[in-house]
Design a protein around this ligand. Structure first.
Ligand SMILES: Cc1cc2nc3c(=O)[nH]c(=O)nc-3n(C[C@H](O)[C@H](O)[C@H](O)COP(=O)(O)OP(=O)(O)OC[C@H]3O[C@@H](n4cnc5c(N)ncnc54)[C@H](O)[C@@H]3O)c2cc1C
Ligand code: SF4
Length: 536
């Protein structure tokens, strides 16, 4: 059997690895692989950590107060907690510059999805229109990923947008605020659906509602943002642990892959890698090579390989990401009630806004405020500290945010390439993005609908609080080497084999040919095991 080298241990890489191991392949996984800190006090709930830890300020805000969100700095409503800073640490030799794009990179074991909020939505036939396969081909792989990671959800109004695959678990218990919103939706359904074409239902989340495979059902402890202590909320490092117990699996952490060497027929011979901080390179050989380093890092390795072998600086066009707009709201019916720190913290409801063209579907996730860092909200209130804190306490149980996501398509103007300055052995990854001309009008139209919908549910959007997040913030990167039925130079086959290199495959977002509004990671995982099944 061929020896396979996979670069990256994120959501895409670990599920591809599991499938090919099950087929009998020998697998090497090269990964920078920064490790997460040990989980503290597994049984404590969020409020118990606040009162029970020796130094709760250090835990929640960090040694250097790095989790403090400064007023007006980025207008984000939350920062990453200190115990997740390892996720965004970058090797010293990795450099990038972004124009119109503020990307996130993770070089951690498990990748970016160690910080995700677990929203998992299958693409439907309309959304797969630019893919070289339809829903019926990927449906079994969605079902298999659902079996592996555990997905909760319901067959409700949103099933018209989210196909119902197998292995869907019972939904989580709703927090009081989300339950109130869902009940209000049922009362106003005629108006919302008939006039606004706005549907609300349960979000699909990769969090267990029952004990499974050594993982525990959600205990509603409210610690999701700081890392689920019970592994109820799925993260790829759980699958990496499973892989490491397999006899045919070799994990190479502390391994930063720079580029591939190849012969005159563009058959890859080895990956050139170094241990971050040490500077010495080594070569790792295999029969077939699989890029799962995340769209941007995989693109960087691919571009660098072409550069090292030919001196050419190629341009990969068509980079995509979902524009996200955060719409905070206050539910007047919930104001004055007590808030529930012991709840599932992330979104439990989703919203779908139907468009005439189903490919243009607009997707949202509704998160009600429970346990969270309060200071970013308090400091944005138009009062002094004492008054803002008092008002916040009164309204806390009624606060929430809709995260509205827009689709993206491949456009020539958005690309990744390399830049060299001659002095360094390490060319920089250069990313260039500009939104489509019609984006402002579209956002305005959709926000009007969202505000009307919220108003009908008894919620107001405080003036001046809507935040259009910068491109790159959603971390849904895709499209630089798209799957295609033609054999264009920097494209991939329907089974994600490179058309440029003979024995190279991509199993992350690199090959996604168009990006629906729904969060894409479920599709990345399902596509990765589709490739493992069809091409290996
Ligand atoms: C805050 C947040 C919330 C999110 N929420 C959701 C959500 O609810 N739903 C959803 O669908 N998506 C969500 N996402 C997006 C999701 O995390 C990504 O789509 C997903 O992580 C992509 O997985 P990947 O395996 O393709 O790449 P990555 O997660 O980027 O993993 C890359 C892996 O490659 C390794 N690597 C990179 N470069 C090299 C190199 N040169 N050499 C060796 N190893 C390398 C890294 O160490 C890492 O293991 C969220 C992201 C963030 C940041
Ligand atoms: S998913 Fe969140 S609420 Fe549930 S057990 Fe984990 S941390 Fe606690």
């Amino acid at each position: 059997m061929d020896k396979l080298l996979i670069v990256g241990s994120g959501a895409s890489g670990v599920h591809f690895a599991l499938s090919v191991l099950q087929k009998g392949y020998h697998v090497i996984m090269a990964d920078v692989g920064h490790r997460k800190p040990a989980t503290i006090d597994r049984s404590a709930a969020f409020d118990e950590l606040k009162t029970g830890l020796d130094d709760p300020v250090r835990y929640f805000l960090g040694d250097e107060y790095e989790a403090v969100v400064s007023p007006q700095a980025r207008q984000e409503y939350y920062g990453f907690p200190p115990n997740k800073s390892y996720l965004f640490k970058q090797p010293a030799t990795f450099h990038f510059e972004g124009q119109g794009f503020q990307p996130l990179f993770s070089f951690a074991q498990g990748g970016l999805a160690e910080a995700w909020t677990g929203g998992v939505y299958p693409f439907n036939d309309a959304e797969l229109g630019d893919f070289p396969f339809d829903y019926s081909e990927i449906d079994p792989y969605y079902s298999e990923i659902a079996r592996r990671i555990g997905i909760t959800g319901a067959r409700d109004d949103l099933a018209r947008f989210f196909p119902v695959h197998d292995n869907l678990l019972e939904p989580l218990e709703l927090d009081r605020h989300s339950a109130q919103l869902l009940a209000a939706y049922e009362m106003k359904r005629r108006y919302l659906v008939g006039k606004l074409r706005c549907y609300i239902g349960r979000s699909r989340v990769a969090t267990l509602s029952v004990d499974r495979d050594g993982r525990t059902a959600c205990a509603y402890c409210g610690r999701c943002l700081w890392g689920c202590p019970l592994h109820s909320l799925y993260t790829p490092s759980l699958t990496l642990e499973e892989l490491r117990r397999h006899p045919n699996f070799t994990y190479l952490p502390d391994t930063y892959v720079s580029y591939f060497t190849y012969d005159a027929h563009r058959r890859i011979l080895s990956a050139v890698a170094e241990t971050p901080g040490e500077g010495r390179s080594r070569e790792i050989t295999a029969d077939r090579f699989i890029l799962a380093a995340g769209t941007l890092s995989s693109s960087a390795i691919y571009l660098r390989s072409i550069f090292q072998g030919t001196g050419e600086i190629a341009i990969l066009r068509g980079l995509m990401d979902n524009r996200q707009v955060l719409v905070p709201f206050l539910n007047l019916k919930m104001a004055g009630q007590t808030y529930e720190p012991r709840s599932y913290q992330y979104h439990q409801l989703a919203v779908g806004i139907e468009q005439n063209d189903p490919r243009k579907y607009v997707h949202g996730q509704i998160t009600t405020l429970k346990a969270a860092l309060a200071h970013p909200i308090i400091q944005n209130m138009p009062f002094d500290l004492r008054a803002s804190t008092a008002v916040f306490r009164k309204v806390r149980a009624g606060l929430g945010v809709v995260n509205v996501n827009f689709r993206d398509v491949r456009r020539e103007s958005n690309y990744v390439t390399l830049k060299t300055d001659g002095a360094s052995d390490h060319p920089r990854l250069a990313i260039c993005y500009s939104p489509p001309a019609e984006e402002r009008i579209l956002i305005k139209q959709v926000l009007k609908t969202v505000k009307r919908a919220l108003w009908s549910l008894g919620c107001v959007v405080p003036p001046g609080t809507i935040h259009v997040r910068p491109m790159g913030a959603s971390a849904h990167y895709a499209g630089t080497v798209p799957m295609s039925t033609g054999a264009g130079l920097h494209t991939a086959s329907r089974d994600c084999g490179s058309h440029y290199f003979d024995n190279l495959y991509f199993v992350d977002g690199t090959t996604i040919p168009s990006l629906p509004a729904k969060n894409l990671t479920f599709t990345l995982m399902a596509n990765a095991i589709r490739v493992a099944d069809r091409a290996f």
